[in-house]
Structures are given as C-alpha cells and as structure tokens.
Ligand binder design. Sequence first.
Ligand SMILES: Nc1ncnc2c1ncn2[C@@H]1O[C@H](COP(=O)(O)OP(=O)(O)OP(=O)(O)O)[C@@H](O)[C@H]1O
Length: 591
Amino acid sequence: MEELPEDSGGVPEVPGYDVGRRLGRGGSATVWHVIERSTGHEYALKCFDRPFSEDGTEEGMRRELRILSVLEHEHLVRAHAVVRWPDGDGGLGLLLDYAPGGTLAELLAARGRLGAGEAVTVLTPVAQVLAYLHTRGFAHGDVSPGNVLFTAHGKPMLADLGVARMVADVVGPAEAGTAGFRDPVPTDGARAGLQPERDVYSVAALGWFCLTGSAPGPTRLRPPLSLAVPDVPPDLAAALEAGLSEDRQERPSAAVLAAAIYRSAPADPVDLSVSVHPEVIPRLLTRRSLPVSAGERRIARLHGWFRSLRPGRGAGNATDRPVPARPAHPPVGRHALPGAASSAGARSGLRRRPRTAATVMALAGVVVAGLAGAWWILGGKSGQLVVVHGLPGHTAPAPSLPPPADTGGTPRRPAPTILAVPEQVPETTAAARASVPAELRDLLSAADPAAAARGLAGLRSLAFSSGDLRLLDEVNAPASGAAAADAPISTRLAETGHRLHGFSTTLTRAFESPGSDPARALLAVTAVTTPYQELNAAGTVVAEWPAGDEVRMRLALIRVHGAWRISEILADEPLTGEPSPGDPLTGEPGG
Ligand SMILES: Nc1ncnc2c1ncn2[C@@H]1O[C@H](COP(=O)(O)OP(=O)(O)OP(=O)(O)O)[C@@H](O)[C@H]1O
C-alpha cells in the first residue's frame, strides 16, 4: 500500500463532484477519487498545488487535453476536462479516467517482482500504446512505473501525457522522464521533438523493473537479464536487452518490441490483490473464483475470430493433425529482434498453445482474471510483426489523412485532426489487387462502413485462402490492433508457404453505431467462419479445421487513404442505438 507524504491541503470542495479518498500524491499535485453527481461517473481528479503558475499549469493541462483529444486507445488514460473551482485562492484540476487498480510502482512495492507471464501482460499493451502514439506523431516521454495504472480488471493503462512531444515541437525532451527509466543516451539535439526510441528504452526498463524489482542501471554495471533472473524466458530477456541497447539504431520499434514480448511467454493475469486499497478489493476480478458468466463467455467467444485462424492452436477437434515445425528463418530488417523470427516461428505451434481460447475458457473457471486481466492480449490485439511503420527516427511531419469525401449524405461530426500518419502506407501490388473479384472491390470502396466491413472480411478470407498475404495490407490499418492480431498467423503462413484452403469469414450482421464519424466507424458485427484445410506448398492437407462458432464483436474501422480499414476488434458490448436482436424495424437477424 502506498505511503502518502504529507497532504498539501485539505479535501478540495469541487462543485458538482463528490470527493472521495486520496488516490496519491505526485510531484506537483494530489489525486482524488471523485464522482460526478449528475452522471454518477467516477474519475480521478488531479489537483495541482497552489500557487500554480497561472499560465504554466493550466496551459500544461490544456496541452494534455489537446493531445488526448486526437488520441483514442484502450490502454491510454484519458483526460476529460480542466476543472476550476472557487476554493480559497481557487482550485485547478485535471479530470482523468479513474484507474482503481493503482500503479505499477505500488504493485512492485508490494510484490517485489512479477512473474514473466505477468510482465508480458503489463508490457505488451504499454509497448502497443507507445506504437500507437509513435505512428500518430507523438512520443510519451515519461514511461515509468508511476505512469502505468491498472483498471480493476488488471488491465494496464498508460497515463500522463503531460510531457508528451509532438513531431513539430521545437523544445527537446532532455529533462523529461523518471530517473532509472529515462534513456541514458543524450538527446539527439537535431531531432528536438519526437524521439520514440527514448520511449522504447523506457518500456524495456519497465520490463527489467517488473522482473527484477529495480530499474536497470547503466549497461556496463548491470548483469545480463538472464543472469539476474535465471528463469526469465530467453526471448523475453532478448527483447528487453534490445530495447535497452545504448545504440538507438539497435533498438526495435515499439510495435516490434510489443510483438516480441507477446511471443516470448504466455501472458498471465496480474495479481493486484496485495497492492490495491482495501476499498477496491471487492471490485477486483483478479482473485475471484467464479463460475463463467455470460459476459466472460462473450469475451471468450471473441477468440473465435482468431481461434479459427490458428491451426494447431484452436479449440481442438477430432480432425486436428500435427502441423510440421516451421523452418527457422533469420530475422529480417533492422527492427527484427535477435532470434525473433526463428524462435517465434518454432514456438508458434506448441508454446503458444496456452494462449488459445480453449485455455482461456479453462482459466476462466479458476481465475477469472485469466479472461478479464489479459483477454485483450489473448484476443489477439498484439503480435505486431510485419506491418511496422513510423520507425524510430522518423521526424518529418507526414501528410494528414485525406478528408473523407464519402459521408453518405448524413451530417456527421468533423474528422479529428490526425497530426501524423505513417510515412508510407503499404500498397498491395497490382497483381494482388487484380485477383480481387469485382464485387469484393465494390464493397471495399463503399462509403458505408458496414458494407466495407463485409468487403474487408471477404478480402481477409481471400488473403488467407489464397496465401496472398499482401492483401492483408488492405484489410487492417497499419500498426493497428487488428494488424497485430493477424500478424502471428500471417507470418507463420508466409514462412511456411501454407494457405488455408476454403477459409472464409462472413459477416452475417454489421450494424454501424450512430456515434461514428467520417474518419472512424464503430460496428457491431456477427461473424461465422467456414470449415477449412491448411495446405502446404505442395497442396497436401496438413490440418483440417471445423466451422467456427458464431462470434459477435465490435469492429473499429478507420479511413486510410480513402478506404475503410479495420483498426481494432473489441468485445461485443451493445452500441448506442443498436437494434435489439431480431429488431422488426430493421429486419436484422438476431445474434
Ligand atoms: N487516473 C488515476 N486513477 C487512479 N489513481 C491515480 C490516477 N492518476 C494518478 N493516480 C494516483 O495518484 C498518484 C500521483 O499521480 P501523479 O500523476 O501526480 O503522479 P506522478 O506522475 O508521480 O507525478 P508528476 O505528474 O508530478 O510526475 C499516482 O502515483 C497514483 O497513485
């Protein structure tokens, strides 16, 4: 439990909010749990110490709000508003998402160190959210144990974009960061703003911290991680050592690091029970042994989308046949990690088995956190390998996304400003495009995201069934969760030369949320997958797979170069305005 230093003042009285317990104390602010009276929503209110500089503090908060207003990621703590209240000299605070699970710093203070599987659960999404920031033209600048928070489900959230840098920033980030987690290599003065490789160092240092209980220290003074923690999985040690490299060119991008960490060991739920405030314990899902609820079953069904694509790693069936071991290939490209391609490949059939839906279901009966704490990883939103853009060192402002021309005549909110997109979005070759049937092309170019989603499901099916994996570049948004989800299987197929004969996923239902806008659409979909066979290059059947269960989920689509692409795959919570199953007005089939 956190030892709080002296309070800098009493409980603030903030009109419109009930102020609860003090959550913590930082360098310049005290954070309180508050409940908005009108909505009942819980928030964390970061109240700055007085005297705050009139311009400086408020401008800093508004800057964080501006940055966060163009970002949306499930592992990013959002800031909602700057709040001022008439309390003595006046109070000033930043209203944030409330993370009841406390910080990684508090967790390690209570636990000493984490197991490798828990470290994977913490580090993969942190590296993923950094990859997300980097491809959008931001660097975080202060990735540290105090800025990694947890939801009550044990889901890690990255907080504090107060020192984030943008591509166009003219001030260097030299002093930003937390001792022990700050890149020790001097800032590149020529690239004042965005220096994503500094974040990569910090997340690797976070990994060292999770596994050893202390920050890594200078290279010459620290032992190899595999000596410091003899039971650390070798690939996890290699990934973190690469991230800590003093030669920035040797560091992987955040996306590659996320994929390497994800592949290095099965993810385990994070046990927060010893570190959270007693008030929070009843809300934790991490240590409750419960029967599997409908919600948890829904989460597990999400895995169907991926499970059906994972020969040798599915839910299991009588016709499973062994898939031959993959040949080892040398790592490709400057961002490949030592051993990543070969060892990940060799493991893909066996060592990753613990992350299958079958195991998720098994875990659910014992430790609910097996689902609630790690499903976003297990659900496949990681494993980015082949589609990596916005590489470290990319500083030139990239063009904004083109304004969408096809809004379907519906008045919509203006598109968010996206400050930078990846330098180069991959294009499939003309030959690959030519193989796409005309009716599929029509769907893919549709302005209506629901129609486009059907086309995207069709194109994805074509990519896996034909073995022309270049087509996936036009299915998933670059560096997105969806691309990361498909990366492990597409990489494996590319390396083995196998294809999934007869594989086809069809969306039997696709419904667009009214809250969508021209650049981003949220859809509720139901997907079914045909039975299929995995064929090797000679056309011999190496495995057979039955039809997948019907899967309900939400797809986030974004516009990339004028066309819809899948960005994220989310749990199937009902969307605002979603017709009930079997709605007689829409004629939609029930889910
Ligand atoms: N969104 C949140 N939800 C729950 N607790 C939070 C939240 N934000 C901060 N806290 C708690 O408040 C403490 C102080 O937060 P703060 O952001 O001020 O810390 P800091 O990052 O260490 O300080 P500084 O911003 O000066 O670097 C954290 O260590 C954490 O325990």
